[in-house]
Design a protein around this ligand. Structure first.
Ligand SMILES: Cc1cc2nc3c(=O)[nH]c(=O)nc-3n(C[C@H](O)[C@H](O)[C@H](O)COP(=O)(O)OP(=O)(O)OC[C@H]3O[C@@H](n4cnc5c(N)ncnc54)[C@H](O)[C@@H]3O)c2cc1C
Length: 420
């Protein structure tokens, strides 16, 4: 029996797979999308209950469909998932759900790839890996299981009730860490938050959301992170209608801020003495955005209300002026640690020559070093916006163009030969 044949196989039906399908259809390229769970599963089961989109509904979307919520509101995680399902439906995307791709290998001495799936083998000329930027939750081996602390990754956090009684340490202060720490504190928990280097743009300034500012200032289109800022997270939040993340305010609610988490030994965790530096760096990033925004307003003669109070910071909290060096977890009553330190790639199923020694995709704008294999949804794939809903749509368009170009070469026949 021969295998199922497809021209392009797209693996994953999150926003990346859906956008890819739209652009392949626009080019009339036959394709199939395989998804191991449901469409947009990550938005349903890998995000905490109260999560809303980081960007307003007018911004964090595909061009072809608006959200069913007010343009300036922040869609809930379920609304984002429903939106992506509706989008897939609208473009009639050929998605098969509940099918896991277990391996992709080059076919020997012929074009294309053998794809093993839970639904049988498929042969594909081209494969697009649209399995997301956030694949494998990272929990560093710092605190051993024998310590008896309940440890989870931010992607497994749902709500405060899920955690055992007691104080919580949240490690990592990007968008996930700060929002989870805030929610836990509001629920009455004692909370410790380890803060590393971060950017913290103002939620809004002079009446415009930061998504708008990053857009007009060309920052979503930056092709690479600024030198030395490769590991800097962005701390933004759409929670409670959207507000600027301000670590002084978080401390004022009773959260104890800490520097970067260091080693753990005999029940005691130590912290780098870098909290002040990390907060000052975040402040500098925040203020530089206000400066650039002001310059933009002046240069373009815009009539946007001035906002001098945005430059006023509260006093430094005690945990910044007198930083904590170490904590005995038992003495502090800490029963849980939430690791909000990000994700690693997991391309174990993609057994092709498209990875460097560290397992990272080798590619240019998603076109991999293995001809016929493409990546989509990578952070900074072509620009800063690449891993976000609106950004991936443009990268998918580029990849569909690249696949169409390859197909036209493959379709070429020399005129003389074609005659015989
Ligand atoms: C907490 C959090 C909040 C975020 N908030 C926003 C936001 O507000 N706005 C925004 O624009 N972006 C946001 N992002 C970034 C980004 O939009 C999301 O991560 C988004 O889910 C990425 O979409 P994707 O399609 O690239 O990957 P995913 O959504 O991860 O989709 C990949 C799909 O591939 C499937 N899959 C994986 N392996 C296989 C396999 N071997 N076989 C078959 N199927 C497979 C998975 O089941 C999954 O459904 C957020 C990210 C996180 C982590």
């Amino acid at each position: 029996m021969s295998n199922q044949q497809v021209e392009v196989l797209v693996v994953g039906a999150g926003q990346a797979g859906i956008a890819m399908s739209e652009h392949l259809s626009a080019q009339r390229i036959p394709h199939l999308v395989l998804e191991r769970d449901r469409i947009a599963e990550r938005w349903r089961s890998w995000r905490w209950d109260s999560l809303v989109a980081n960007g307003p509904a007018w911004h964090d979307r595909f061009p072809g469909l608006e959200f069913d919520v007010a343009p300036d509101a922040f869609a809930s995680k379920e609304q984002v998932a429903d939106y992506l399902v509706a989008y897939a439906d609208k473009i009639d995307a050929p998605i098969r759900t509940g099918v896991t791709v277990s391996s992709v290998r080059k076919l020997p001495r012929q074009a294309g790839f053998r794809v093993e799936t839970s639904d049988g083998p498929v042969d594909a000329r081209f494969v697009v890996a649209a399995t997301g930027a956030f694949q494998k939750p990272v929990i560093p081996r710092v605190v051993p299981e024998s310590a008896g602390i309940h440890q989870i990754h931010s992607s497994a956090y749902q709500n405060p009730q899920q955690l055992p009684e007691g104080a919580v340490m949240v490690i990592g202060a990007g968008s996930s860490g700060v929002q989870i720490a805030d929610e836990l504190r509001q629920s009455g928990r004692q909370v410790y938050l380890a803060v590393g280097p971060h950017d913290r743009p103002p939620r809004s300034y002079r009446g415009r959301d930061f998504c708008w500012w990053l857009g007009v200032l060309g920052k979503w289109d930056m092709s690479a992170p600024p030198r030395g800022a490769e590991h800097v997270t962005i701390a933004v939040s759409g929670a409670h209608g959207g507000h600027t993340v301000d670590f002084r305010n978080l401390a004022a609610t009773g959260i104890t801020l800490l520097g970067m988490a260091g080693p753990y030994e005999n029940g005691v965790m130590t912290f780098a003495q870098d909290l002040r530096q990390n907060i000052e760096r975040g402040d500098a990033n925040y203020l530089s955005m206000l400066d650039e925004a002001d310059a933009y307003v002046t240069r373009n003669g815009l009539d946007l209300p001035e906002e001098p109070q945005a430059r006023v910071f509260g006093p430094d909290p005690d945990c910044v002026t007198d930083p904590v060096e170490s904590i005995d977890l038992a003495d502090a009553g800490i029963t849980s640690i939430i690791w909000a330190v990000g994700f690693a790639f997991d391309y174990g199923w993609l057994q092709v020559d498209a990875f460097d020694d560290n397992g990272r995709p080798r590619h240019q704008r998603g076109v991999s070093t293995e001809p016929g294999i493409y990546f989509l949804g990578l952070p900074w794939q072509s620009r800063r916006g690449s891993s976000f809903i609106w950004g991936v749509w443009h990268d998918a368009k580029y990849l569909a163009d690249q696949i169409a170009i390859q197909r036209s070469y493959l379709a070429y026949e020399a005129p003389a030969l074609a005659h015989h």
